[in-house]
Design a protein around this ligand. Structure first.
Ligand code: GDP
Length: 299
């Protein structure tokens, strides 16, 4: 229900428009395909993916000798599900204890909020979770993380503003070991001045993790704001060059009618979307599942 609610703007942007479109046609013709194409592109599904989907719909209509426009909606739902299913996908890997999750992304995308939500989710699964305030450049980031930690009921390892992020992560790893934590979730600096800068900052943190916690299962999650569309894709490309991203967290899907970005991003970057944010509350984080996602849009 939360997912459906969170995707209601995108549903208006895609499904409701498709409904209106097919009602205005008596038969399937090229014009219908063109209008459908426009709807998908407007929803940020991406030009290439849209072309692919439309071509396949055209073929399906021909091969299956479909004539009623209503059938198009069903076909579209099927096609979007397969497109998403084809993309590499996997759940958040925190199976082994210890596991460590490094969370990266530009300031303002919802990094801190997502860390809080992930902590809440894992704690609900009975895991012992610890947070590390690795974004030491902003006092607000440290405070925010602490607020989330208190809210969820998990501890936060933090240093003062301006201290070395790698030192915080080091301390957090020692604490996680000593307290036999299942999962350590680390915030990291979100300043994206330039690639070299980012590489230096993240590189040091990754090194500490490799050295101190070699046995831990690692996830590197990149948080992206779905409302920023193509900009999010650009950010992802930069991060991909400096870090081995294992999955994406796409936030603020509730704030956009262009939720098709999920498809464009995973397709273009070939990195699985693991989690999606559909609101500001603790519970508003969902594991991403292609058919559930498409069903929520069409249902
Ligand atoms: P950070 O700078 O990347 O750590 O960003 P924050 O976690 O502080 O989030 C920035 C703003 O985005 C806050 O006001 C959050 O409540 C909001 N936010 C984060 N995730 C979501 C989401 O999935 N949906 C909505 N509507 N707001 C979100």
């Amino acid at each position: 229900a939360r997912l459906k609610e969170g995707l209601s703007k995108t549903k208006k942007g895609i499904t409701d428009k498709v409904d209106i479109l097919i009602k205005s046609y008596q038969k399937i013709d090229e014009e219908l395909f063109e209008e459908l194409e426009e709807i998908l592109i407007t929803a940020d599904i991406g030009v290439n993916t849209t072309m692919e989907v439309i071509d396949e719909l055209r073929d399906a209509v021909k091969v299956q000798k479909i004539t009623q426009p209503e059938k198009i909606k069903e076909l579209l739902q099927e096609k979007l599900t397969t497109t998403l299913n084809e993309l590499s996908s996997s759940d958040l890997n925190t199976e082994s204890s210890p596991s460590i999750i490094l969370v990266v992304g530009v300031n303002g995308v919802g990094k801190t909020t997502s860390i809080g939500k992930i902590a809440y989710k894992l704690k609900g699964q009975g895991k012992k979770v610890l947070l590390a305030a690795g974004d030491t450049f902003r006092a607000a980031a440290i405070d925010q993380l602490k607020i989330w930690g208190d809210r969820v009921g998990v501890d936060v390892i933090k240093h003062q503003e301006g201290s070395d992020p790698a030192a915080v992560i080091y301390d957090a790893i020692q604490a996680a070991k000593a307290r036999k934590m299942d999962v350590l979730i680390c915030d990291t600096a979100g300043r994206l001045h330039n690639k070299k800068n980012l590489m230096n900052e993240l590189g040091k943190v990754f090194k500490v993790v490799e050295r101190e916690f070699p046995q831990a299962v690692k996830e590197v999650l990149l948080v992206l704001d779905a409302t920023t569309g193509q900009n999010a894709i650009q950010q992802a490309k930069t991060f991909k060059e400096v870090a081995n991203i294992s999955g994406l967290v796409l936030t603020k899907l509730d704030g956009t009618a262009k939720g098709g970005i999920v498809i464009a991003i995973s397709k273009e970057l070939n990195i699985p979307v693991k989690l999606i944010g559909v609101g500001e509350k603790m519970e508003d984080l969902q594991e991403f599942n292609a058919s559930v996602f498409v069903k929520a849009l069409f249902g």
